[in-house]
Design a protein around this ligand. Structure first.
Ligand code: UD1
Ligand code: CA
Length: 458
């Protein structure tokens, strides 16, 4: 049987106190709504419909391509939100999974289990439930004398007796499409919030004699809904632990996993060691035997094998096998350290290739530069790539030796094997093998100091 998933993401999320809609907020670099869409796809949904509304211009770009988009014009409740998806589903007649766009921790396996359970029992609906010591705020599962699910009552509509129930509605369901839309037509807004509650569908289906089931999970954590900044941090912590556990199971060492934050798209080879305070985000990849950290943030950066990346920030950079970075290196977009190259202490590199085995060990800025192999850049050297209006290229050929404190004013080429004396300002191309000096001649006056004694002020 075909499965469609509806992701509810039209609400404002007022408790976030944000100018952004709630589902746009991120857990480890991925927006809440995207976590849910990914979970639906991983669970095997044949189509996914995202229901958007509030500030939808910010939500649509996050789901387009992976989900059909349905607009709920006014946020009149979760039942109304599901109805808004009806048109996008067309004459779909399979199982409809409904997911909250603000609940990023749902496991794809759990969704698949709900789908299988509904199918097995030909139920009108399976609702995912959990026991909570503190159920405040959640809808409660009301069961009859025989223990069968009768209906769901929202916190604000609950009697004291109902509010004492600890089995809660997770906000995740699998419906039979026909039963769902039949029941939705009967949902009204006669309740404390004046909203159309999706939760009423259960009572309506049950009254019509259709089987209504609860699937209770032991892993209540996966049902956490993000309604506040506190819950956003909580969800991030849970996801951090989950992702770190996966990497450790895959052979990655972490000295202190509590301080390592890894995005969902990162790949890490076995025998990588991650030291404290490391953030790996975006499409970052790390090759085996590399050591990363402490105090390092890599975004969309490819790291080869056997690299040492110490106290480094790198964004859209490429670090090949055996290269070393830091402590305190900053690699900006299109920085490329070739095999065995080095970007050392307080070194910034942007849109430049540092050739095989070339070294930029201390206090340098290298931008818009193509550097060959075996080059050594002395401490404090800078490629002056910007004239205030345009950026210009620098070429440093194989085995050139650049003395400390050299300013290379681009556009400029330093030939193969050339030697530039320390303290030079290089404004003209240097021929291969040449010595270039571009600094004031040193003067010396013998005995000058003794002839000019400095008297102390009284
Ligand atoms: C809902 C459930 C509650 C459950 C809880 C679990 C209802 C009536 N209540 O309550 O039983 O315990 O989730 O987290 O369903 N949304 C729309 N359009 C709307 C209203 C909501 O798209 O008109 C979306 C929201 O963006 C959100 C989701 O639906 O992603 C849930 O809405 P929310 O207001 O957070 O419901 P809860 O009060 O948490
Ligand atoms: Ca919620």
């Amino acid at each position: 049987m075909e499965t469609a998933a509806i992701v509810l993401a039209a609400g404002a999320g007022t408790r976030m106190k944000s100018k952004k809609p709630k589902v746009v907020h991120e857990v480890l670099g991925r927006p809440l709504v995207r976590w849910v869409v990914e979970a639906a796809k991983d669970a095997g949904a044949d189509k996914v419909v995202a229901v958007v509304g509030h500030q939808r211009e910010q939500v649509i770009p996050l789901v387009e391509g992976d989900a059909l988009v349905a607009v709920q014009q006014q946020q009149r409740g979760t039942a109304d939100a599901v109805l808004a998806a009806k048109e996008a589903l067309g004459d779909f007649d399979g199982a409809v999974v409904v997911l909250s766009g603000d609940s990023p921790l749902i496991r794809p396996e759990t969704i698949a289990e709900m789908v299988a359970l509904r199918e097995e029992h030909q139920a009108a609906v399976v609702v995912l439930t959990m026991e909570l010591a503190n159920p405040f705020g959640y809808g409660r599962i009301v069961r009859d004398g025989a223990g069968e699910v009768e209906r769901i009552v929202e916190q604000k509509d609950a009697t004291a007796e109902e509010a004492a129930i600890t089995e809660c509605n997770s906000g995740f369901y699998c419906f039979d499409a026909q039963a769902l839309f039949e029941a939705l037509a009967q949902v009204d807004s006669n309740n404390a919030q004046g909203e159309f509650y999706l939760t009423d569908v259960l009572g309506i289906a049950r009254a019509a004699g259709r089987p209504v089931l609860a699937y209770k999970t032991d892993d209540a954590e996966q049902c956490l809904g993000v309604n506040s900044r506190g819950q956003l941090a909580q969800a991030t912590k849970v996801m951090q632990r989950r992702i770190n556990a996966q990497h450790m199971a895959g052979g990655v060492t972490m000295m202190d996993p509590d301080t390592v934050w890894i995005g969902p798209e990162v790949t890490i080879d076995p025998d990588v060691e991650l030291l404290p305070n490391v953030m790996l985000m975006g499409a970052t990849t790390i090759g085996e035997d590399s050591v990363v950290g402490p105090n390092t943030r890599l975004t969309d950066t490819r790291v080869g094998r056997g690299c040492v990346i110490d106290e480094t920030v790198a964004i859209e950079a490429q670090i090949d096998d055996g290269a070393t970075c830091g402590p305190r290196a900053y690699l900006r977009p299109a920085a490329h350290l070739c095999e065995g190259a080095k970007a050392g202490t307080h070194v910034e590199i942007k849109k430049s290739t540092i050739g095989k085995g070339s070294k930029v060990p201390h206090l340098s800025y290298i931008g818009d530069t193509t550097m060959g192999e075996g080059v050594n850049i002395g401490a404090g050297s800078i490629t002056c790539n910007y004239d205030g209006a345009n950026k210009w290229p620098t070429v440093i050929e194989d085995r050139a030796f650049i003395g400390s404190d050299t300013m290379m004013v681009a556009p400029v080429t330093i030939g193969e094997g050339a030697l530039v004396g320390a303290g030079s300002t290089i404004t003209k191309d240097v021929a291969p093998g040449a010595l270039a000096l571009g600094r004031a001649k040193q003067q010396q006056v013998e005995g000058w100091v003794a002839a000019h004694p400095i008297e102390k002020k009284k």
